[in-house]
Design a protein around this ligand. Structure first.
Ligand code: ZN
Length: 213
């Protein structure tokens, strides 16, 4: 048994309407998102592939990785993608005191200028979320969850299974999660090119989240 859903159940969306789970008005666009970078070799690999497919995406970066690899972060921006805040230390909100959590997000915000925020593991308390929405730039923070998990980070899945997670569950407006991280690369290196090929063939285009919200 896995401790997460590949496709976010409708009930979660109903209980937490305050979070962004998908972009319902869109019928031919999907939103690829990449968590946990930037990484010095994997992120540029992702960027080259996105360019090949004329795809735009959103990268939820960890503040300490941005501090470590500022050139890779700049490359994400200069190639026309959106970035979002994913805390400075990749904290689990359920296990972190509210003030420490918000401070960590604000520390990451020194390096990541974005009003998009994705909580690591999707785990955040409502109180923390409210504080972050107010604290992010323009006081208009958005808490971005997802609609479809590739589960690329989970080595108990084969690359083919991860691809099936994506293709079986994606609809227009889906927000799909991948990881530009070492742990996920065994799966990502297969799933990402195949996803781009298949979804493009089905008539989808790939947009940045901040264009839709
Ligand atoms: Zn993460």
């Amino acid at each position: 048994m896995h401790k997460y859903f590949i496709k976010t159940p409708w009930i979660a969306k109903k209980i937490f309407p305050f979070y962004v789970w998908s972009v319902p008005a869109e019928d031919n666009a999907v939103y690829l998102t990449f968590d946990d970078g930037p990484h010095p070799t994997i992120t540029p690999w992702v960027l080259d592939l996105l360019k090949e497919f004329d795809a735009k995406a959103t990268f939820f970066c960890i503040g300490k990785n941005v501090e470590k690899y500022p050139d890779v972060y700049q490359k994400i921006i200069s190639e026309g993608h959106a970035t979002g805040n994913h805390t400075y230390h990749h904290l689990n909100g359920w296990k972190t005191d509210d003030q420490n959590y918000v401070d960590d997000v604000l520390k990451a915000a020194q390096f990541i200028k974005s009003n998009l925020f994705r909580p690591p593991y999707g785990r955040i308390k409502a109180r923390q979320a409210k504080k972050i929405v107010d604290a992010l730039p323009t006081n208009n923070g958005k808490i971005i969850m997802w609609d479809v998990l590739s589960a690329d980070f989970d080595s108990s899945f084969s690359p083919q299974q991860c691809l099936k997670h994506v293709l079986d569950n994606t609809v227009g407006g889906s927000i799909i999660v991948f990881h530009d991280s070492e742990k996920a690369f065994k799966n990502l290196s297969y799933v990402l090119p195949e996803t781009l090929k298949s979804l493009k063939r089905e008539g989808f285009c790939f947009k940045r989240l901040d264009e839709a919200l």
